[in-house]
Design a protein around this ligand. Sequence first.
Ligand SMILES: Cc1ncc(COP(=O)(O)O)c(C=O)c1O
Length: 439
Amino acid sequence: MRPDTYMKSSNGQISIGGVDLQDLAKTYGTPLYVLDYHTLHQRMCRFQEAMASLHVPGQVMYAGKAFLCRAMAELVAREGLGLDVVSGGELVTALTAGMDPQRIVFHGNVKTREEIRLALTHHVGEIVVDSLDELRRIDQMARELGMVASILLRLTPGIEAHTHEFIRTGQFDSKFGFALKEGIADEAVSVALDMSHVRLDGFHAHIGSQILEGEPFVANAQALLAYSRSWWERARFWPRYLDLGGGFGVRYQPEDRPPELESLLARVKDTLMEYTPEGATPPELWLEPGRSIVSEAGCTLYTIEAVKHVVDEKVYVAVDGGMGDNIRPALYQAKYAAEVAGKPENRPEQVVTVAGRYCESGDILIKDALLRDPQVGDLLVVWGTGAYNYSMASTYNRVPRPAVVLVHDGDVSLWVERESWEDLMRQDRPLDLVTSLKA
Ligand SMILES: Cc1ncc(COP(=O)(O)O)c(C=O)c1O
């Protein structure tokens, strides 16, 4: 929920990474995304160490969709993780940051020709193919470029993880991947194996996000390995890589209990060993955590601009941000915890609704927030916003997007500058009516 370096003084001042949040807000303004280096580093190490303790070849690929900017890609490379990207923009960010292309996996259910060309010409490690059309396009483009593309096929194993339907992806009728049903995946594997300009390196399945149980991950590994065995028996094809995606849940609320990573991975390893046929080598295990790396490292600072009493004793605490910087509550009823900075314990607590500034009734950041004496001008801190907040931010209502800062050991580093009104106007052009309208 909160970053590991969270500290609160007796007068209620809150600091992260040794930096007082009210000082940060004064210097950088609000809304402001704050990331704690220590927490980020600790989460990356945890995945790396859990993987190393299995003593099987494996790689951790950070899923950039959770949060990506140039500095983050540089940090990911520095910490020794690979990167999962899903667009030309994420790929360019990774390449600009100096990430080794071989450690990049390119995902997405739609990749344009331009994006595929970018990936092929930079020799990214693997392209994860999502449809037969894309498979044929990659084969043809690789032929034109005189190369062989390394690919994984994204499969949908029919696993329905208990998470919100918008972030569930493992079910057979998902828009992602090839279903392990009705011969759909079989056709894709056969076509790929017959192609001369793609090399099928293995399988991928990401079954959903914010999964708080261990079982679906093990079931995913079992499904992919059982499927792999069917190809071993049919054509002696066995995957080099098995990519189980991300989806590991985090704590947004005190009662959230994420699965224990180490024991979960130990079960995955047992499955790997159990299913690998004699004469074949166990596939290299890949994981793609996004949220579980960055969510708890982040928080968002807002200024309370109004405290409004409406009917039935309901109180709205309105802040200077909202769905433009955090769409998740409106998109899939995500729940967050928040705290007012600078409030000693003796101030009264109150249940309020935290409202965003955007012109939508649905722009409610937190429905029932227990806040200590919220007043106009106070700093509200929303916890756990490191993942899928900045990366999903928009300029709705033409509100510029917040800055991102990293804090560590009392120092602050600006990762992304605050957008300005001038930035918003930069791509706009004045009215220039087409000829027929001018007449
Ligand atoms: C293919 C793939 N890998 C990894 C992830 C990261 O998931 P999470 O942030 O829940 O770990 C996603 C999320 O949508 C994904 O689609």
